[in-house]
Structures are given as structure tokens and as C-alpha cells.
Design a protein. Structure first.
Length: 373
């Protein structure tokens, strides 16, 4: 047996419209699928049309072998397509969608006499029915039908090897969310150092609680801007010697107050494995609330007015986040420093704060995948 490749016959494409009008709507054996020419097992449905030509027995044998060969490829599900008896089917033109019944691909072909006596060739065309375009065509020249049958799987595999589909990655389960707006809440512990003007080392220090809410707007995949409102307190305890009838005595004076901090932060968002790391920096406004409460160790209490020379401050830190439930669990560490001097009771006590805060929080995303610009 001899084999050779041939270029596909050049059919008169202008006859396609006339052919579409001439062929009646056939019946196609269909199996329920998932749509888009894919069956329930995720395989691409391929319509195998009857072979053209006068060699009925050869056509029958080749048709069965083609069905087996398509199945053996593993990725495709062959389906037999039937056309009305006596209908001429041009094999070098895309079959009508009514013939293929929604299949993703279609195989047409025929068996024709060759150039030499006793020689035949099997010509096959593979079509992409999504656009009614030819993917590839080739033929098998033979003089022994039994030997030709052994070559059919190779011919079918060769045709289907020219399918190049666009690979669309399906988002993995638990993939990173990309919301336009994030709303969160957090609370934590803040260690404060209170430094008097011209003081080298803090004269007082104490841990304090802080907590509040935040809202972040994604500018792009890397940057976001975040606005927060944090309720926080300060506790100052000063110890010093005071004169008494019996001599100098160590006395404690305690000042407590509340303030509202409103940080405006710029964040960079990096993703490392299952964690989002966000370096951040910005400024905050410190809004004084109420009055400062005073108490000494003798139980005496009082309230004093207080003020700040400059309510602004600077903050920077690092925040980590990981998916948890329907939102993100966050943990962060920040440093903060006041620009101005806080004055209690018209300068009786003055200090500037330095702060290190450790906090936990939770946030929710809204408008997934939306863009600001």
C-alpha cells in the first residue's frame, strides 16, 4: 500500500448559499450535554457525517472506524449525523448547523477512485462549527482496504492535532477577591510614651485600648486609599516628690482622656501565597473629646480643659490579611507620632505622644471586580 498527502480540492465556495437552500433539515441523534457543544462529561461533541462516494461497503467500514478513532482520542464525543436519502453533501464545504445539531466539531469526507487502477483515497475534513471554518483536511491513498483501516486512527489523530483552542483558566476555589470598596472594623492595644517638651526620655508611659472602623477604596490592583475613625484613650501617671510636714513624699497624679483619631492612609497591597501584605503610611487628625480627668492617690478628683497645638500626626506600619469566612481576617502593627503638643490645664502638663499599636480586625468587600476608572 502507498500513502501520500494531497491538498484539499478547491470547491466552489459561492455555491454554499445555494446548497443551504437546497438541503432539507435532517434528524440528528443527540445526547444531552452541558451546552456549547460539550457533553455531560466535558468532552467536545463531534458530528461524524456519512462519507460521500460510490463505494458503499468501504464507506460503511471507514465510518465505523472513524467513530472508534475519535472516541479513542479521549477528549471528543462522536455523534452520528444523518441526512435525507439522496441528498448530495459537499464534503469540501462546512456542513449546515442543522446537520450537526449543535456539535462543537464536525467530520466530513468521502472515498474516491485514485489515479491508478485499483487505487482509492479517503479524504477527511475537520470543521470548527463555532465559526463554520475548516480546521484541517488530509487524505489516505490505498489499494488495500484492510491496510487502510489500520491507518485510519493515525489520520484522525493527525486532523484533531490541529485544533488549537483558547485556554480559559477557571478561577480556583478561594481565589483572591478584588472588591472596589472594603469596610472593616478593628481593635487592639496601643503602647504610649508621653514626652514632655525638651525631654530626652518619656516621663510617663502606659498601654491603652483603641478601636474603630475603616473604609478602603481600591485605586488599582496595587494601591488603595483608606480612611479610619478610631476611638482611643490616654492615661498619664506622673510620680514626683512633694513637700509635707513630715518631709518630701512621693505622690502620684493620674490624667485620663479620650480622643478620636482619623487616619488617612495610602496602602500597597502585595499577595504572598494565601496572605495579603500591605505596607501603609499616612497622616491622622487627633480630635480631643471632652475634658481631661484628674485623680491623685489621696482620692481627689477634678477635670481640666485641654488643647493641642497641632492636631496632625504621622503613622506607618504593616498589615496582613487572610481569607476567613465571607471576609478577611486582618492583623497589623503601626507606629504613630504627634506633630503637636497636648496641653492640660493651660500648660500644667504638656506632652507629645509616640505610639506602637498592635491590632486585629475583620473586613468585608463590596462591588467585586468593579473599577474606579
Amino acid at each position: 500500500m502507498t500513502e501520500k498527502r494531497r491538498f484539499p480540492p478547491s470547491g466552489a465556495r459561492v455555491l454554499a448559499a445555494l446548497y443551504a437552500l437546497a438541503v432539507s433539515v435532517p434528524v440528528f441523534a443527540q445526547v444531552p450535554g452541558t451546552g456549547g457543544g460539550i457533553d455531560s462529561q466535558g468532552k467536545a461533541i463531534t458530528a461524524v457525517l456519512p462519507l460521500a462516494g460510490e463505494e458503499a461497503e468501504m464507506n460503511r467500514r471507514f465510518h465505523g472506524k472513524i467513530m472508534e478513532s475519535v472516541t479513542a482520542l479521549g477528549k471528543y464525543s462522536p455523534r452520528e449525523a444523518y441526512i435525507p436519502f439522496g441528498t448530495r453533501l459537499p464534503t469540501d464545504m462546512p456542513p449546515l448547523p442543522s446537520l450537526t445539531g449543535g456539535a462543537r466539531y464536525a467530520l466530513t469526507g468521502g472515498v474516491y477512485p485514485g489515479e491508478a487502477a485499483g487505487e482509492y483515497y479517503l479524504q477527511l475534513w475537520l470543521w470548527d462549527m463555532a465559526g463554520s471554518t475548516m480546521i484541517y483536511t488530509d487524505d489516505l491513498v490505498y489499494d488495500d482496504i484492510n491496510e487502510a483501516m489500520e491507518s485510519v486512527p493515525g489520520l484522525v489523530e493527525w486532523l484533531f492535532s490541529h485544533i488549537h483552542e483558547l485556554s480559559i483558566e477557571t478561577p480556583e476555589s478561594g481565589a483572591w477577591p478584588d472588591p472596589l470598596f472594603i469596610l472593616g472594623a478593628r481593635a487592639g492595644l496601643s503602647q504610649r510614651w508621653y514626652v514632655k517638651p525638651n525631654e530626652q526620655t518619656p516621663g510617663a508611659f502606659a498601654p491603652n485600648l483603641e478601636g474603630g472602623v475603616s473604609g478602603a477604596l481600591r485605586l488599582n490592583s496595587l494601591f488603595s486609599v483608606q480612611l479610619e475613625a478610631l476611638l482611643t484613650g490616654d492615661t498619664l501617671v506622673y510620680r514626683g516628690l512633694e513637700d509635707s510636714p513630715s518631709g518630701p513624699v512621693l505622690k502620684n497624679k493620674k490624667y485620663t482622656n479620650l480622643s478620636l483619631e482619623i487616619p488617612l492612609l495610602f496602602k500597597m497591597n502585595f499577595r504572598a501565597g494565601g496572605i495579603r501584605l500591605s505596607p501603609l503610611a499616612g497622616v491622622y487628625v487627633n480630635i480631643l473629646l471632652g475634658q481631661t480627668k484628674y485623680r491623685n492617690e489621696d482620692g481627689q478628683t477634678d477635670t481640666f480643659s485641654w488643647s493641642v497645638s497641632n492636631p496632625l500626626g504621622f503613622t506607618a506600619g504593616l498589615e496582613g490579611a487572610a481569607p476567613c469566612g465571607s471576609g478577611m481576617l486582618i492583623v497589623g502593627l503601626r507606629y504613630g507620632m504627634d506633630f503637636g503638643i497636648i496641653s492640660i490645664n493651660s500648660g500644667e502638663r504638656e506632652y507629645r505622644r509616640n505610639m506602637i499599636s498592635l491590632y486585629l480586625g475583620y473586613e468585608f468587600g463590596f462591588f467585586e471586580g468593579k473599577k474606579l476608572f
